[in-house]
Design a protein around this ligand. Structure first.
Ligand code: OXD
Ligand code: MN
Length: 596
């Protein structure tokens, strides 16, 4: 036993009595224990060592074929009252859900080992951090949690002997039956239950389940915020660093932006970019009145396909040691990994993600994918060449700007600034992304994804917007400025106009200049925009006219975005009934008036 905390001991006893494992192992976080578990996972075939010369400490895992992504339709928020989960979450009453789940867990670990993983979300010693305990029957989960969080005895030390403030997470792989797969949150009980999955986001309970769904609920009650945001710092040649947070829907390049390489024009002057987080930010008002952020995670659970030396060299280097790869393809000659978009040389002697030996180029030519499109790397943050020196700082970092964004072919301009925090909350609430050809279904369909939290808000999104407004009141004139960006505008042929990737820093620079009162702006119906000449295009082969295009606001398409049947802002807001804060309605009316 690693702790004397009676609340923890009592809960683990309860879980043992329910799941009836043959053995219980407490994860202390020591190298010896983790190494022994790696060897054990290899001996049972659950995992595999990759080439230890080329990829030291790296391992490989393949999930079940029916278990490759988060399952939003099987994810539940079980608050006592249905209206507290709101129209964007699946709901069942806690009583009904416990009635359904408890028999499924009964004896589910018979003959297996239960691993008890204490972990801290956030740096040890930070007032902003919180502790969770996950019990699981999967070594893969233990090893991933070790990368993604701070596991072991230190987490129990952080919790102390008396506290009951820890999130209980129960995970069992069971039969991996997707009809009986459940990812369930009980916000009022501080607990999470996951069953019949072995895939990352469903089973690494510290991440989406705790650090977003449960934490967003805790944040509302305790006066802070848990957000689906990257955190990055830009250091100027004088050595001062300013930090921004940014929220984008899944698959809009958060990890790439978080690790961006400054373009030559800034690099030569001595600017640097530092990564604090790529997915989740916990934000609190500091003693100085400003908003401070920590990244609750300790690693990156990134999508592999598309990651390459151009799109994200820092991410690629991060995965060169101590990384777990899931559902990517194997190069059997070298025992290394490959995925679509890594390079133009798929291995001839390959194993595709489901485990079949194939000729890579032929397999791809026949229209197949070698790696699953949602295949992942789990990599330690400390490997990242641009990890921020403040990564472990228990105070976090002060935030100058909050940036929202989505994938819009026409409507949203390259960048605009909200008029104030209330308007910024509105801008976040109307966020949307258009589906791409990469996903199944129709192309160009708008999906509303407020603050990129649609699948991750652990309570009623109307109350969540009110919480944003309340935070703004509290922060007053110390509040970060709020912006919206869109890297994905296309021309008439459907080509992206803005170069993106590292060049996105040019937009971040205007944002920081605005925060420091150094740049002018033009007032438009949707917010403040840069003067086209204030976006630095030195070294790019585009002109100020292109920037003008990228900043144009087409009133008709904005009106359509508001009124469009089914996917428009009005239709979306209508779902919230009287949970929609009056301020949001006022903001929408004001926007319509400005567009008219
Ligand atoms: C993620 C996601 O995996 O947002 O981070 O889907
Ligand atoms: Mn995410």
């Amino acid at each position: 036993m690693l702790t004397n905390n009676k609340n923890v001991l009592a809960w683990v006893d309860e879980m043992v009595a329910l799941c009836k494992p043959a053995k219980v192992v407490w994860i202390d976080g020591s190298d010896e224990q983790l190494q022994a578990l790696r060897e054990e996972a290899v001996s049972t075939g659950e995992m595999m060592w990759l080439n230890q010369e080329k990829l030291p400490g790296c391992m490989y895992h393949r999930t079940a074929v029916n278990d490759v992504a988060r399952v939003e339709d099987r994810t539940f928020i079980c608050s006592t009252k249905k209206e507290d989960a709101g129209p964007t979450n699946n709901w069942k009453s806690p009583q009904e859900m416990h009635g359904l789940l408890t028999p499924m867990y009964y004896g589910v670990m018979e003959g297996k080992t239960m691993y008890v993983i204490p972990y801290s979300m956030g740096p040890i010693g930070s007032k902003m951090s919180k502790v969770g305990v996950e019990v699981t029957d999967s070594i893969y989960v233990v090893l991933n949690m070790d990368i993604m969080t701070r596991v072991g005895k230190r987490a129990f030390e952080q919790l102390g002997d008396e506290s009951n403030d820890f999130v209980r997470g129960l995970h069992a792989k069971a039969d991996l039956d997707d009809k009986k797969r459940y990812i369930v949150h009980f916000p009022e009980e501080n607990s999470i239950c996951s069953i019949n999955s072995g895939y990352g986001g469903n089973v690494l309970l510290g991440k989406k389940c705790f650090a977003l769904r449960i934490a967003s609920y805790q944040g509302k009650n305790e006066g802070w915020m848990a957000e689906h945001m990257l955190i990055l710092g830009i250091e100027n040649p004088q050595g001062e660093t300013k930090y921004v947070c940014a929220a984008f829907p899944s698959a809009c390049g958060k990890t790439n932006l978080a690790m961006l390489i400054p373009p030559e024009v800034y690099a030569k002057q001595g600017y640097k970019v530092w990564t604090v987080g790529d997915d989740i930010a916990w934000l609190r008002q500091g003693d100085d009145g400003r908003l401070w952020a920590i990244n609750p995670e300790n690693g990156f659970f990134g999508v592999a396909p598309g990651t390459n030396l151009k799109s994200n060299p820092n991410a690629l280097h991060t995965t060169e040691k101590g990384t777990i790869f899931t559902n990517v393809a194997l190069n059997n000659d070298t025992n290394t990994v490959w995925w679509e978009g890594l390079d133009k040389n798929p291995p001839v002697n390959a194993t595709e993600w489901k485990g079949a030996k194939v000729n890579g180029p032929e397999y791809i030519a026949a229209g197949n994918k070698l790696a699953h499109p949602n295949s992942r790397f789990t990599a330690p943050a400390k490997n990242c060449p641009c990890v921020s020196p403040e990564f472990d700082n228990p105070q976090g970092v002060p935030i100058s700007a909050i940036i929202f964004g989505g994938r819009r072919a026409k409507t949203a301009p390259l960048v605009y600034q909200s008029f104030d925090w209330k308007h910024g909350t509105f801008v976040g609430s109307i966020m949307a992304s258009e589906t791409t050809a990469a996903a199944a279904g129709a192309v160009g369909v708008v999906r509303r994804d407020p603050m990129a939290m649609l699948p991750f808000c652990g309570y009623n999104m109307g109350d969540y917007w009110q919480h944003w407004l309340d935070m703004g009141e509290k922060l007053g004139d110390k509040a970060p400025k709020i912006f919206n960006v869109n890297w994905f505008r296309t021309d008439d042929e459907g080509h992206f106009i803005w170069p993106g990737f590292g060049d996105n820093m040019r937009v971040l620079m205007w944002i920081l200049d605005r925060c420091e009162g150094k740049a002018d702006a033009v007032e438009t119906p949707i917010g403040y925009e840069p003067k086209p000449e204030d976006i630095n295009i030195e070294g790019l082969d585009i002109t100020v006219d292109t920037i003008k295009d990228l900043l144009s606001v087409d009133k008709e398409s904005w009106m359509d975005d508001i009124t469009h049947e089914g996917t428009g802002i009005e239709a979306f807001y209508a779902k919230f009934g009287d949970k929609l804060p009056c301020e949001m309605r006022k903001q929408l009316d004001a926007l319509k008036a400005r567009l008219a």
